[in-house]
Design a protein around this ligand. Sequence first.
Ligand code: SF4
Length: 321
Amino acid sequence: MVTVLDQRTMRHPEKAHRPDSARAPKKPDWIRVRAPGSPVYQETMDLVRSKSLVTVCEEAGCPNIGECWSKKHATFMIMGDTCTRACAFCNVRTGRPEALDAAEPQKVADAVATLGLEHVVVTSVDRDDLADGGANHMADTIRAIRATAPGATIEVLTPDFLRKPGALETVVHAKPDVFNHNLETVPSNYLRVRPGARYYHSIRLLDRVKMLNPEIFTKSGIMVGLGEQRNEVLQLMDDLRSADVDFLTIGQYLQPTRKHHPVIEYVTPKEFGAYKTIAFAKGFLMVASSPLTRSSYHAGDDFAKMRQARASKLSRVAEAD
Ligand code: SF4
């Protein structure tokens, strides 16, 4: 069957003529989310609208929006709402993006100050159309937040900057506290799930962040339920540890529409718990693994735990010397 999409509102033109994927199996009981609607949720939404900001919370249809926005936690998505890639799991609009808004870095910084955020996560669409992949705009945003909300710690969730020489260095030199780049899935799924990306390029990107500035925490995340095998997830953990990545997030893939990749399985909370135990044993400083884990879910609290874990590790090393 082919679902016909409204041409005016179609978010994914490249998927329009594809046959529908299998309908996702009924969600199990453990995938339950709080309905949006608290007064603080409304306040967060009003601020986002008044500053014409884009959030990945809305664009990706994140299931945690009710909880996060009720705590004023929004993840800002810069450089527009249109992505130049076409990943099979992602609900962000695809197509030809608009020109960059030079005022955006300051708008985001003002929003961070207004919300009183202690930790902010900034992500972006992929901008393969720009010579630097948007790296300078992201670095400007980091600097604007530092100047406007100096108490806030900053986490960036970046594209892979494939074939954009110097882009990674530009972002690292702006010194975010956390550099996050998601692998999204195991390498055997890449051609189906993340066709524009290269698994080992992403691993090398994370490795290079640490080489350039070992003080920056590095982080990466994957979705499960996309048909991956358990041993592949364990190998992926080893690949990330070989790049000295500090923090791993693992969450359940949910199918945005029938044009997206099907959900192959719902991984049980017990299996998420087992992944977490194994990942800690492999040496990650911090692991978040649960059905509703997303890259930015509880990012501030987890950043504090990760910083504490590094401090404890360093003091143990110092005592042993
Ligand atoms: S988990 Fe992240 S993307 Fe989802 S609502 Fe929370 S802050 Fe937004």
